[in-house]
Structure formats: C-alpha cells, structure tokens
Design a protein around this ligand. Structure first.
Ligand code: ATP
Ligand code: MG
Length: 300
C-alpha cells in the first residue's frame, strides 16, 4: 500500500501530481484509527527484535512545510515505542559551532547504532530547502576554490553519497515528506491564532515563510528528484487529513521494518549447553527455600 507513495528516483516527481487530501481506500476515520493501532502493535514487536538483533539501524526523516503536522504525527505513531533504542533528533537553525563544521557534522552525531531507530524531525535536507530558498550559504565562509553556484547541486550529490554510504553500513535512511496544501496550512495557522491554547504554536516567522510557498515546493521537488533512490526512497504523504497521514506513516514504518526481517538473535550452541547448568544451579538454590509458582512471580 505504501508503494503508491514511494518515490525511488525511477521517474520524475512533481508535487502537483500528488493529492494532498488523499484518504486512500478508507471509508472513514475510525477505520484508519483501528488500523493505526494494529500497525503500532506490529511496529513494537519488530522494534524489539531489531534492538535485540543489533544488525541494522534506521533513520526515519520527517520533512514538511510548517503546520503540516510533523510533531503530532511523530508523537501519534511512535509513542508506542520503548525508549530503549529509539531517539528523536530535532534540527533547528544551526548554532555557531555547527556552522563552523561541514553541514553533515551535526547529522552524523545523531545517527543510530545498529539496532536503533532514529527519528529526524527536520534534517540535512534543510540545507537544500530553507538553505536554497534563502541562499543562506552566501552568508557562510567558504574556501576560495569553492564555486558558489555549485553549492546546492554539490549538496544533492553529498546527500546521495552519504545516505548510500549509510546503506552500505547497515543503516537505512527512509525519507518522509508530509505534503500539506497551501489552503490547509492557512486553516491550521488560523486555528493557532483563534484558539488561545494553540497560540504558542504560531510564529510570525512561519507566516513570512508562507510567502515563499512556490519556492519551497520547487525546492522539495528538486531535493526529492535528486536524492530519491531505491535504497533510500522518499515517501510523499498526503497531510491534509491528519488521521490518514498518521495511518500512512505507520504503514511506511511497518513496511520498512518488515523489509529488514529482524529476528530474535540465536543463542550460540556453546552457551545453550551452559544454560542447562545455570538452570539446574538456580533450581537447586531456590530448592532450599519456597519455590514460588510462576503465576505468583508474574504478579510481583
Ligand atoms: P515547531 O513545530 O515547534 O514549530 P519546528 O521544527 O518548526 O517545530 P522551529 O524552531 O520553529 O521548530 O523551527 C526550526 C527552524 O530551523 C526552521 O525554520 C528550519 O527551517 C530551521 N532550520 C533547520 N535546519 C536548518 C539549517 N540547516 N539551516 C537553516 N535553518 C535551519
Ligand atoms: Mg516552527
């Protein structure tokens, strides 16, 4: 199902070819919510095995226009996961220290270990989105040999190679674009203004960025077309209906985790022989006292 939304570089991606209000084949919201719960249970089971096996790590990247629902979606889909082996990294405007390094430096510092899942709330893609739209690189220091006109196209190349490098090193990068319409963004901004308890979510800066809507759409198209590969695909998620977006994100996570086929690790045969000795030893030790029933143990 998530295949319909998968962009893997084999054909050209255009924002307008994707319906932001798509709700797939669901008859209603309740149906999607029920399936979301079922998907989350499966995700939990797979994550436990992934963590135990420690063979492969995942980076799920979330990118979107403001108010598309990144934070809410991450919370709704991933609140089920154990904090062991799952971490979220949010990337804001780079600090002075971060700017003193190459732009992937702060990203590399947040990469997961094998067995872990990292959720990137924004990412290195900001450097070819906001960085491109506002030509932020013009304010940074560069060696004389650097051709400024090639900075963005070089970054697409860097990103492709970086993600491919991670793939070769057992880390999969899965990129999710929450695709909201301009009209729906206006409605969400308005509700942030009208409802007192949502006021804190509104920022004048977001309103200013809205004026660059077309430039951002173009930047997303370019970034996706230049970095979508079969190994590190993009998913274009319709974001006008939050309930559909949440279900689809859960499905994307589930499909990708399933592809990794995590299993409980095998215990080496040498260890198994010793397990029997350990079991005997423990039983003898407990045999001197009252041995509690299994049920009683479970209730403690
Ligand atoms: P919220 O939903 O709470 O508003 P947010 O992710 O929008 O969360 P903000 O602090 O509002 O968080 O915004 C982070 C800002 O940092 C965004 O405007 C984003 O474009 C900017 N940013 C992130 N990475 C970079 C980067 N590499 N260069 C420039 N700006 C960046
Ligand atoms: Mg913001």
């Amino acid at each position: 199902m998530s295949k319909k939304y998968r962009v893997a570089g084999d054909k050209k991606f255009q924002c307008k070819a994707f319906n932001t209000a798509d709700t797939g084949s669901f008859k209603n919201r309740e149906e999607a919510e029920k399936e979301l719960t079922a998907n989350k249970e499966k995700i939990v089971a797979l994550q436990e095995k992934l963590y135990a096996e420690k063979k492969e790590g995942f980076v799920f990247i979330f990118q979107a226009m403001d108010a598309a629902g990144k934070d809410g979606t991450i919370k709704a889909v991933l609140d089920c996961l154990s904090p062991h082996g799952v971490k979220e990294a949010a990337f804001k405007a780079p600090s002075r220290t971060e700017l003193a390094h190459d732009y992937l430096w702060r990203i590399a510092a947040q990469l997961p270990e094998k067995g872990e899942i990292a959720i990137f709330n924004r990412s290195h893609y900001e450097d070819v989105l906001v960085g491109k739209v506002h030509k932020l690189y013009e304010n940074y220091a560069w060696a004389d040999r650097i051709d400024r006109d090639k900075i963005i196209s070089n970054r697409y190349k860097d990103i492709r190679h970086f993600e491919e490098y991670l793939y070769h090193n057992s880390i999969r990068v899965v990129k999710i674009f929450l695709n909201v319409s301009k009209e729906e963004q206006a409605k969400r901004f308005l509700s942030r203004l009208e409802e007192k308890e949502k006021n804190w979510k509104f920022s004048i800066g977001d309103m200013k960025e809205r004026q660059y809507w077309d430039e951002y759409q173009q930047a997303f198209e370019d970034a996706i077309n230049r970095t979508a590969t079969d190994h590190c695909p993009w998913y274009i998620v319709p974001a006008d209906h939050k309930w559909y977006m949440r279900w689809l994100v859960s499905k994307i996570l589930l499909d990708n985790l399933e592809e990794a086929h995590p299993h409980w690790p095998n215990v080496p045969t040498g260890d198994l022989a010793q397990f029997a000795d350990c079991e005997k030893e423990l039983k003898e030790e407990l045999g001197t006292k009252d041995i509690p029933e299994t049920e009683e143990l479970a209730q403690r």
